[in-house]
Design a protein around this ligand. Structure first.
Ligand SMILES: Nc1ncnc2c1ncn2[C@@H]1O[C@H](COP(=O)(O)OP(=O)(O)OP(=O)(O)O)[C@@H](O)[C@H]1O
Length: 267
């Protein structure tokens, strides 16, 4: 028996194989091959315009909403082709939730924000319970439990972002995609959201785009470094340089470009 046979292998949630992503005739990202594992935080890093958000939005088919956007190659979710005709993108987005750069609570009460998706999905369970569980998981319950009827917009930026996380959690997703979730937050709120990400990975798989390299080292298990290069047409196309354990990417990456980027020499 080989000595590694007792180490449990992580479950693959998404598998990206030779995927290129286009906006019309413009190829934004080329030839990405990458796996995303269950209950891990995977960080996507790299200079501006290398296609991190573009790839992130493919995982819940958000790019479908952009006219002309398409994927070549294959992206599977639980071994099933995510872009197959029979796959319902609305159901994909329920299972693969998303938190955006700028907190975007609805102009509704805190309570109504959390149950929004549940109501749309005609949730049959106890809404009060759902609100409490989701807000607790988002580390916001203690701060808002006495003012659930107040507007979500009355909260601070950091609280609003945790409310958006609670709203995402309340639809019971399996994966949470985060597109620079802390870039509009102050350092203390950022730390809170980072602690929350640590908690959340026990129950969810997380993919996070971040410009903040310290954040990637603090929150992620694996890091994918993307870069961009000029094409003959004069465009820039993004590509994956390497993906590995975060400690490897930041301390002993295989590629010089990765070392240069993580040590702040460009980008
Ligand atoms: N909706 C869109 N329509 C057309 N082109 C787009 C669209 N969104 C992004 N792009 C282009 O795709 C390329 C990759 O953009 P993307 O936002 O994915 O990069 P990024 O690495 O996330 O950048 P940043 O770090 O600045 O957010 C860029 O050239 C961008 O202009």
């Amino acid at each position: 028996m080989d000595s590694h046979s007792t180490i449990p292998q992580p479950t693959t949630i998404f598998s990206v194989a030779n995927a290129s992503i286009f906006y019309g005739s413009f190829k934004a990202v080329r030839d990405v091959t990458l796996d995303i594992y269950a209950n891990q935080v995977t960080a996507l890093i790299g200079p501006s315009g290398c296609g991190k958000s573009t790839l992130l939005r493919c995982f819940n088919r958000m790019n479908d909403l952009v006219p002309g956007a398409r994927v070549e190659g294959k992206i599977t979710y639980h071994n099933k082709d995510l872009y197959e005709k029979t796959v319902d993108p609305v159901e994909v987005r329920r299972r693969v939730g998303m938190v955006f750069q700028k907190p975007n609570p609805f102009p509704k009460s805190i309570y109504d924000n959390v149950v929004f998706g549940a109501r749309v999905n005609k949730y049959k369970g106890d809404l009060d319970e759902l609100v409490e569980t989701s807000l607790r998981q988002a580390a916001l319950w203690d701060e808002v439990k006495d003012k659930l009827k107040e507007s979500g917009l009355s909260l601070s930026g950091g609280q609003q972002q945790r409310l958006c996380i609670a709203r995402t959690i309340a639809t019971r997703p399996e994966v949470i995609l985060m597109d620079e979730p802390c870039s509009a937050l102050d350092p203390i709120s950022t730390l809170k959201v980072e602690e929350l990400i640590h908690e959340l990975k026990q129950n969810y798989t997380i993919v996070i785009v971040t410009h903040n390299m310290q954040q990637a080292t603090r929150v992620s298990d694996r890091t994918a470094f993307f870069n961009a290069e000029a094409t003959a047409k004069g465009n820039r196309v993004g590509y994956l340089v390497e993906c590995d354990a975060t400690s490897v990417i930041f301390n002993s990456p295989k590629e010089q470009a990765t070392m240069d980027y993580v040590s702040g020499r460009f980008g």
